[in-house]
Design a protein around this ligand. Structure first.
Ligand SMILES: [Zn+2]
Length: 297
């Protein structure tokens, strides 16, 4: 296990035990009711997005980490900041917590939650925090956050498939355990008659990082738009298959949901997918013009 995961577990464990005692008898505030000066507050919220960056501290120019993002509890979305030695791998997008002992202050005329080393975090089940429909559609996890996450967790990601891995192609699986056979031998069940299957492994990039995605045959069939029979797999030249897969996947944008197995090479086992249509040409041209204005003097 990586150091990041240990730190995650340790921080979570310690925060948890403190939170249990601290949360007794605490009044729960709603984000929509927060006003500066009501600190410290306790509330439940979901992390909508989070990011960290290094900034120079105004008073002495020392570089410090600013961890910031958006929290929501269905009543409002409120910005949070955490300057005080933040645990950057704790507040991942989509995670839900009871926040105990946060401060509220005004920032540009709006209330902002300030987390400090005195704030405690008690993990909650997702259903304990209401989620408005408008947030449900877009809660993809930025891929830079994967490394700090737990060993396995449900995740939703979105990005462009940039390449197919060489392990993509026709495989034979053990009829007992579905493991991929090596020369008709399963590591557990010995020599068996394998079942032919299609394995698809690809790299998805969201601009903040990459993840390997593993897509099952029924989803692959939906993506390419036609069934791929056992006979096709057995007889079709591998170049034809790989060209088909390449043209429907590489360079295309997807929203994928599934179980993320963390580790040296994090892999998302895709359970559902949603293609994201290319932008209409008119909208693309508008965006290009807009970008040109932003960049050019
Ligand atoms: Zn087996």
């Amino acid at each position: 296990m990586s150091g990041g995961q240990e730190v995650y577990g340790e921080a979570l464990g310690a925060a948890l035990s403190r939170a249990r005692t601290a949360s007794e008898g605490q009044h729960l505030a709603r984000l929509g009711d927060l006003r500066s000066g009501t600190s410290p507050v306790t509330f439940r919220a979901r992390v909508v997005e989070s990011e960290w960056r290094e900034v120079s501290r105004r008073k002495d120019g020392v570089k410090v980490v600013l961890f910031s993002g958006l929290l929501s509890d269905g009543s409002a979305q409120v910005r949070f900041t955490w300057w005080d030695d933040p645990k950057r791998d704790l507040l991942l997008a989509g995670s839900t917590f009871r926040f105990i002992g946060a401060e509220v202050r005004d920032w540009q005329g709006r209330p902002e939650v300030r987390l400090t080393r005195n704030t405690r975090f008690e993990p909650l089940k997702a259903e304990e925090v209401p989620m408005p429909a408008r947030e449900r559609g877009d809660r993809a996890m930025p891929l830079w956050q994967v490394k700090g996450g737990p060993p396995a967790f449900p995740a939703r990601v979105s990005g462009v498939i940039t390449s197919l891995l060489s392990s993509t192609g026709v495989v034979h699986r053990c009829p007992e355990c579905s493991r991929v056979l090596q020369a008709n031998v399963c590591g557990t069940h010995g020599t068996v008659e394998g079942k032919i299957d299609l394995r698809l492994r690809a790299v998805l990039d969201d601009g903040t990082g990459t993840v390997t995605v593993s897509i099952r045959r029924p989803d692959v069939e939906r993506i390419v738009g036609h069934p791929i029979s056992d006979a096709d797999l057995g007889t079709q030249p591998s170049t034809v298959l790989s060209e088909t897969l390449h043209s429907h996947l590489v360079g295309h944008y997807f929203r994928l949901e599934g179980r993320l197995l963390n580790g040296e090479f994090p892999t998302l086992l895709v359970e559902s997918y949603e293609p994201v249509p290319a932008l209409p040409a008119k909208r693309l041209a508008e965006l290009r013009r807009h970008l040109a204005r932003e960049v050019l003097p």
